[in-house]
Ligand binder design. Structure first.
Ligand code: CP
Length: 315
């Protein structure tokens, strides 16, 4: 009985992975490098096309967004798709309709792809398993995953550091609540990054971690020493339990990335941040706007990477 159920779940799971973009862990090393190459070609041609002219793509953002929502919309329009921006606040959700009924109704209207952001973990996966035809892209589910952000982050790193297998990367900040950190960590492991440091106060780090090349650091100075990439994260106050909020008052002093701390990294280290930035909390403006920052480049490359994801998934 158990075996039969497992087999069915596994078959269904493979089918879901193939048709949707839900998690970095569904990707192989070759698939990641192929998406990077595809995004690079979109970046270089910088053109509009009619590749997805017969597709309707719906943005369903139940949590706020600037970068992900806008860049998916721009990416879809550059590929010729029609974009529907679903407004949850004016929808029938307020009359008690469920998210599942909402997506089933949009599918019935002919939406081909739903880009979903929601505070509930694995909701994109759950919706994908219920839809018959429409494809789903996970645009961030709670603290779980943000796979398109991880892909654009890797694409940005690749512009500056060609060999992932020689990199030292520090991810600094609220690791515990960061879906970006979880997706980037998974992607780095798939690519064989040999030295990945998770840096932050103990209450924002996992208790322990046993993954090849991954280490935990409570001292930022040791965490960023000699690294090639410093990825700074926002404190996700909206996801913190109340007892943690009182513990973060000293955060900027102990963990904020400033010029003295950045000097400990390699001289050609790049500084990344997925946004939105809380200036002078997790990063000083001097660093965020400085010569080693690639933060706005991440945003720019996000459009090309999201074109690559839509193109691969929907063509
Ligand atoms: N990085 C990111 O997800 O930004 P938004 O919340 O603005 O989409």
């Amino acid at each position: 009985m158990t075996a039969a159920v497992n087999t069915k779940t596994k078959k269904q799971s493979v089918e879901i992975q193939k048709n949707h973009f839900l998690s970095v862990k569904d990707l192989s090393r070759d698939e990641i490098m192929d998406l990077i190459a595809h995004a690079q070609s979109f970046l270089e041609t910088n053109s509009f096309s009619s590749q997805l002219q017969d597709k309707i793509i719906a943005n369903l953002f139940f949590e706020k967004s600037t970068r992900t929502r806008s860049s998916f919309e721009i990416a879809a329009k550059r590929l010729g798709a029609h974009v529907l921006n679903f407004e949850s606040s004016t929808s029938s959700l307020s009359k008690g309709e469920t998210v599942l009924d909402t997506v089933l109704n949009l599918e019935a209207m002919g939406v081909n792809c739903m880009i979903i952001r929601h505070q509930e973990e694995r909701i994109a996966e759950n919706m994908a398993s219920q839809l018959k035809h429409a494809q789903v892209i996970n645009a961030g589910d709670g603290c779980h995953e943000h796979p398109s952000q991880a892909m654009l982050d890797l694409f940005t790193i690749y512009q500056h550091k060609k060999n992932f297998q020689q990199l030292k990367i520090a991810i600094v900040g609220d690791i515990l609540h960061s879906r970006v950190a979880h997706s980037v960590l998974t992607a780095c492991l798939i690519l064989g990054v040999p030295d990945i440091r998770l840096v932050g106060p103990n209450f924002l780090l996992p208790d322990q971690i046993q993954l090849p090349g991954v280490s935990l650091h409570e001292e930022i100075e040791a965490g960023v020493k000699d690294v090639d990439v410093v990825m700074v994260l926002r404190l996700q106050k909206e996801r913190m339990e109340s007892h943690l909020l009182s513990e973060i008052s000293q955060y900027a002093k102990r963990y904020g990335l400033n010029s003295a701390r950045l000097k400990l990294a390699k001289p050609d280290a790049i500084v990344m941040h997925p946004g939105p930035i809380n200036r002078d909390i997790e990063i000083t403006s001097e660093i965020a706007d400085g010569p080693q920052s690639v933060i706005l480049q991440q945003v720019k490359l996000g459009v090309a990477m999201r074109m690559a994801i839509l193109s691969k998934l929907l063509s």
